[in-house]
Every structure is written in structure tokens, then in C-alpha cells.
Design a protein around this ligand. Structure first.
Ligand SMILES: Cc1cc2nc3c(=O)[nH]c(=O)nc-3n(C[C@H](O)[C@H](O)[C@H](O)COP(=O)(O)OP(=O)(O)OC[C@H]3O[C@@H](n4cnc5c(N)ncnc54)[C@H](O)[C@@H]3O)c2cc1C
Length: 369
């Protein structure tokens, strides 16, 4: 006999864990992830303040968990003088190791965790049949929170998976002395890097690079020395900072193609619905926020007040209204940043009209939820 749940969530990152906490208030929830907690994860680890109050309503007070309040941005490109501004909302420096673990501990108070991988999902007779490596399960509603790219995207033949994904990312924690209120964003040939502190005093260097620029070099060390270090600010960092792990975390095939927030009756959360360019520093907040929207829009369906079709339509409309503009602006900004002459013109413009920088940052973020 297959085990039956109201909600099954594939993926226990920020969006999946937030959804598990919310839905398990009144429903029978299972969330599934192949990895145990705590674990490090690819991320720049700047969490926008727009979700800090909301997390408090879930019982997670990040003011107690991290004293790193990031409120300044320094941007460097092409070895020009750096540009600086105050971050309009600011954010927390908090490692994924810590925040995911906090959410996980809260989630398992009421939801069930299964350490496994979802291999297949199908929708039959008003219910979902979910197959993992070891089990077959059923649920009333299935939520997919599997992040940037997963084998489930392939199984579901989602459109974005057919397109090229020519991006990779690298992350490493270091011992390094820096202003703990500062987020540095440094441009280099074919990519950009963020540098900022997290709760335990370590400094996170996390970058996105095009596969074309990376493939000319043998490995991460060579790429750091030969490409990142051409930016003089990154050169100073790489010479002085002491790595705290033996190896960096790397991921490849990152796609920024458009995705749909609902497919095959499945509600997509976080990066599964759309990945904002990391330079915006808003993906974590969006992941958490998308879970809140899913909860609010699906609750009337779970209480049999509206149909599934209505609930999924409501989720799609609210998701688009909330996130579509940010994703579009992120795409434009990344296009500018990776094009030498556009970057040069952008820098000229921002020096003449410095207020524009904080206006641009505001347009990639939402209001506090
Ligand atoms: C280089 C880089 C830097 C970034 N920096 C920042 C930043 O500084 N600030 C910010 O706000 N955002 C940043 N982001 C974005 C942010 O990391 C993501 O938007 C956020 O992690 C999305 O959370 P999520 O829940 O959608 O996915 P994730 O946190 O990626 O979680 C997905 C989970 O699904 C699990 N999974 C995958 N497949 C399966 C399966 N088949 N079955 C079950 N589980 C599965 C995975 O194990 C994983 O735990 C950055 C992104 C990149 C690429």
C-alpha cells in the first residue's frame, strides 16, 4: 500500500523547507531531499532583509543567528575606481549551512523528512503518484522545489532543459579581514564574483562564470589566478585570503532561461520556477517568498473551497505579479555586466548619476513581506 500525504515536496532547500513549515501547520506533509543536514550549498549567502520579519513568524529569528548586517555595496569593473552605495534594504550575511539547518529543524517539528531522491511524478485521478529510489507514494498536491536543475526537470521534459546552460559557479569560504557590513561585487572577463562575510566570521567568495571563459583554463585555481586576479581587487583578495575548505564547491549547467511556475499540475517553487541572476542577491528571498505565495494560494484548495485549477491559476498570477519584473531586470543587468563597452558606458552613467545604482538595486528586490 502506498503511503498517502496531503503535500509532498521534492527538494529541501530554502523554498522546500519554508513550504514544509507552512503546509505542515494543518496538513500531512512529506519533504524529500537526497542530502542530510547541515550541508554547504552554492550561494553568495547575502539574504535580503525583505524576508527577515516573515522568517520570525515561522519562529526563526536571524537577528539572533547572525550579527552580520550587510548594508553597503562596492562594485568594481575593468579596474576602474570602485563605485559604492548604501544597500536600500540591506541584508544578512548567513551561510546556507546555518540557515538551511535552522529551517530544517523547524520543518521536522511537524513535517516528515525522507532522505531520498524523487525520480518520477505523475498525475492520475486527482492525485499525484511519486516515485523515489525506494518508495512509491501518493499525495493530493505535489510541490517541486528541486532548485536550478534536476533530473525531474528532464523527466518532465521542461522547456528550459532543452536549451544550452553555459554557466558554472564556484564558492569557497576564507579567513579574511574585511568590513563586515560590505558586499563586494567584482566584475571579471566572462563573469562576476561576490565577496561578503557570514555569521561565523568566514568570508564567502562566490562567482558565476561563463563556460566559454572557464574552459580555456585547467581548473579553478588556474582560473582564479589567470582570470579573476586580473581584477586588482580580486587579486588582493586571492593573495591574502586563506581558504577554510580543502576544495571549493562547484556546479555547472546553470540555466537562466524562462520557466513556468506551474507545469503538469505541479507547483514550482524557488529556482524551479525561475532563477534570478545572482548579481541581484535576491534568489534566497524569492525562494522563501514563493513558498509563502504557494501556501496562501493552495490553502483554499486543500480546504475544498476552490478547485485545483483555480488554485494553480491564482498561484501563477501572483507569482508573475511578484517576480516577473525582477527576473527581467536581472537579465538586462547581467547582459550589461558581461559586455565590455556596455559596462564602460554603465560606469560612466553611474558616476554622473550615482543615485541610479540604488534605484537599480531596488528594482531587483521586493518590499518586506
Ligand atoms: C553563484 C550563485 C550565487 C548566488 N548568490 C546568492 C546570494 O548571495 N543571495 C541570494 O539571495 N541568492 C543567491 N543565489 C540564488 C540562491 O542560491 C537560490 O535562488 C536559492 O538557493 C533557491 O532556493 P531553492 O529552494 O529554489 O533551491 P535550492 O536551495 O537549490 O534547493 C534545491 C534542493 O532540491 C534538492 N533536489 C534536487 N533534485 C532533487 C530530487 N530529484 N529529489 C529531491 N530533492 C532534490 C537538492 O538537493 C536541493 O537541496 C545565488 C545563486 C548562484 C548560482
Amino acid at each position: 500500500m502506498q503511503k498517502q500525504y496531503d503535500i509532498i515536496i521534492a527538494g529541501g532547500g530554502l523554498s522546500g523547507l519554508t513550504a514544509a513549515i507552512l503546509f505542515s501547520r494543518e496538513h500531512n506533509v512529506l519533504f524529500i531531499d537526497p542530502d542530510a543536514y547541515p550541508r554547504h550549498k552554492m550561494c553568495g549567502e547575502y539574504l535580503s532583509n525583505e524576508v527577515i520579519d516573515f522568517l520570525k513568524t515561522l519562529g526563526i529569528d536571524l537577528d539572533k543567528e547572525s550579527s552580520i548586517n550587510l548594508d553597503k555595496l562596492q562594485f568594481t569593473a575593468l579596474n576602474h575606481k570602485p563605485l559604492s552605495c548604501k544597500l536600500p534594504q540591506g541584508g544578512k550575511g548567513i551561510s546556507r549551512y546555518h540557515i538551511d539547518h535552522l529551517l530544517y529543524q523547524k520543518a521536522i517539528e511537524k513535517a516528515t523528512f525522507l532522505q531520498d531522491k524523487v525520480l518520477e511524478v505523475s498525475f492520475e485521478a486527482s492525485a499525484f503518484l511519486v516515485r523515489t529510489t525506494n518508495q512509491e507514494l501518493r499525495c493530493k498536491q505535489f510541490l517541486m522545489a528541486t532548485g536550478k536543475r534536476s533530473l525531474l526537470d528532464k523527466r518532465l521534459e521542461r522547456d528550459f532543459i532543452q536549451q544550452k546552460s553555459p554557466w558554472l559557479a564556484v564558492k569557497m569560504h576564507y579567513q579574511y579581514e574585511m568590513d563586515e557590513k560590505l558586499v563586494e561585487l567584482h566584475n571579471f572577463e566572462g563573469g562576476y564574483a561576490g565577496v561578503s562575510k557570514v555569521e561565523n566570521g568566514h568570508v564567502n567568495l562566490c562567482y558565476l562564470a561563463s563556460y566559454d571563459s572557464f574552459k580555456k583554463h585547467k581548473n579553478v585555481t588556474d582560473f582564479n589566478n589567470e582570470v579573476l586576479a586580473r581584477n586588482k581587487f580580486l587579486n588582493v583578495f586571492l593573495n591574502k585570503a586563506q581558504p577554510v575548505w580543502e576544495q571549493p564547491i562547484t556546479i555547472s549547467q546553470i540555466s537562466f532561461e524562462k520557466k513556468k511556475p506551474v507545469e503538469n499540475h505541479i507547483v514550482m517553487l524557488g529556482d524551479t520556477a525561475g532563477l534570478i541572476h545572482p548579481l541581484c542577491g535576491n534568489g534566497m528571498a524569492m525562494a522563501i517568498h514563493s513558498a509563502k505565495i504557494a501556501y496562501e494560494e493552495l490553502l483554499p484548495f486543500l480546504k475544498n473551497q476552490i478547485t485545483r485549477t483555480e488554485a494553480l491559476e491564482n498561484y501563477t498570477v501572483t507569482w508573475k505579479k511578484t517576480f516577473q519584473k525582477r527576473l527581467k531586470i536581472g537579465r538586462i543587468l547581467q547582459g550589461i555586466l558581461l559586455h565590455r563597452s556596455y559596462t564602460r558606458f554603465g560606469l560612466w552613467l553611474l558616476r554622473r548619476f550615482p543615485f541610479l545604482l540604488s534605484t537599480i538595486i531596488k528594482s531587483t528586490h521586493g518590499k518586506p513581506i
